[in-house]
Design a protein around this ligand. Structure first.
Ligand SMILES: [Zn+2]
Length: 62
């Protein structure tokens, strides 16, 4: 039932935070245990000015 799919991912080059793209909500979010391919521990620093490793290659459309 659950189909495997590779989520869009981005990782902060400064603090190591990892986020995945949530198609259902059109937003980035921290991965959960449901995201099998992602390290769910990589929350990073909440005060960090995140510098994503994919900047420019993917951005939500307003
Ligand atoms: Zn960061």
């Amino acid at each position: 039932m659950a189909k495997l799919r590779k989520p869009e991912e981005r990782e902060c080059e400064r603090c190591g935070r990892v986020e995945v793209w949530d198609d259902d909500h059109d937003t980035w979010r921290v991965p959960t245990d449901d995201d099998e391919d992602v390290d769910a521990d990589a929350v990073g620093d909440v005060h960090c000015v995140h510098e994503w490793d994919i900047d420019g290659s993917f951005r939500p459309i307003e």
